[in-house]
Design a protein around this ligand. Structure first.
Ligand code: RAM
Length: 361
């Protein structure tokens, strides 16, 4: 039996009382079962057995930042297909707004109460989910973050889309080339608390310190909250406030699409450059009509697939989340866990008029 009767009783108890109180009453399982490894991630106690058989019949819950976001639909479908192939079950729960942090906390608690074997979570906020995720781990549930991380000690592993540094720096490089290394630029981000966007923005700012960008000035970071309407209005507001703006970086699929839609119908079309992270299917029309020259992304369904395979490898004991452990992710090949329990999907793809028709997601 995967979980002891005591644990099950504790989970049921946690469902009707405060989770913190339940943890104490159940004998403080948090400390006992989940230990931080030397690099800080919450690697489980015990040794990884790379030859352990992959378990079947598991249930893995996916909890995206936002359920009605096509990016997450694609990511989670990748997770669902992988779980089906591995003989396990998939479920998806999550808020419809990318700023409903308390909603995300409730969904973590729900998955814990439902005693899933693992959960894959894209965190809206790094710290807010931590207590609930630790509670899940103390109930023998493996926690994988994907797309947007929490703090390393609040999960077993983070499946990252690409190196955050690469993503931040390359977006600045793309825009700088498009505007001829000169002029005012702005960032249109997602939620103000989003771990992934905030990390990329830090690297963008660092990249901008290079003397080759001395004639570029970052004038503002606006937040569209991964909401189409708010992102559209924020773009409009940026252009009103900074009429000399030369370019916008939007590191969110919802933001870049809304910004492209605004620019495309305005006098700024083709004049104010726009790059960032978008899906080829969302952006095709704006590349073809001359609003956007180039942008980038990874394949979200591959990210979801890797999150599912990581979750199953964790539950099966092939990995614990420690740096240096390796596992086979089916047809995706072998992955090695890096510092702080981070597993990186690979390099993003840059899309432009030449290659965009080769992609369908
Ligand atoms: C949005 C979300 C997601 C991010 C992508 C690029 O869909 O903010 O977290 O990774 O954009």
């Amino acid at each position: 039996m995967r979980k002891s009767t005591l644990r099950r009783t504790c989970v049921a108890f946690a469902a009707v009382t405060s989770l913190a109180l339940a943890a104490t009453a159940c004998g403080g399982t948090t400390k006992e079962d989940v230990k931080s490894d030397s690099t800080g991630s919450a690697a489980s106690a015990g040794k990884a057995d790379p030859n352990a058989e992959l378990k079947k019949g598991l249930t893995v819950g996916f909890l995206p930042k936002q359920v009605n976001n096509p990016y997450f639909t694609s990511a989670d479908k990748g997770g669902e297909a992988a779980l089906k192939e591995l003989g396990s079950s998939y479920k998806e729960v999550g808020p419809s707004s990318a700023t409903d942090t308390s909603g995300q906390v409730s969904y973590v608690n729900t998955l814990t109460q439902q005693q899933v074997d693992a959960m894959a979570v894209s965190a809206q906020d790094p710290g807010a989910l931590c207590t609930a995720l630790k509670q899940a781990m103390s109930n023998d549930i493996k926690v994988v973050t994907y797309d947007s991380d929490t703090n390393p000690e609040c999960r077993n592993a983070f499946v990252s889309q690409a190196s955050a540094e690469d993503l931040g720096r390359t977006e600045v490089q793309l825009l700088a080339e498009q505007i001829g290394y000169k002029g005012e630029i702005a960032i249109l981000s997602a939620a103000q608390t989003a771990t992934n966007q905030n990390t990329w923005i830090e690297f963008m700012k660092d990249e901008l310190k290079d003397p080759k960008y001395k004639d570029i000035k970052l004038v503002k970071t606006a937040y569209g909250n991964d909401d189409a309407q708010q992102s559209f209005q924020q773009t409009q507001g940026l252009l009103q406030e900074y009429p000399n703006l030369k370019g916008i970086i939007s590191p969110t699929t919802v933001g870049i699409k809304a910004a492209a839609q605004y620019l495309s119908g305005s006098k700024y079309k083709g004049k104010v450059k726009l790059t960032g992270l978008g899906t080829p299917n969302d952006m095709r029309k704006y590349v073809k009509n001359g609003t956007v020259e180039g942008f980038e992304l990874w394949d979200p369904s591959k990210l979801g697939e890797l999150a599912a395979r990581t979750a199953v490898a964790l539950v099966s004991g092939q990995i614990t989340g420690k740096e240096g452990e390796t596992f086979k992710a089916g047809d995706m090949g072998e992955y090695t866990i890096g510092k702080d329990g981070v597993i990186s999907l690979g390099k993003p793809t840059v899309f432009d008029a030449k290659n965009i028709d080769q992609f369908n997601f």
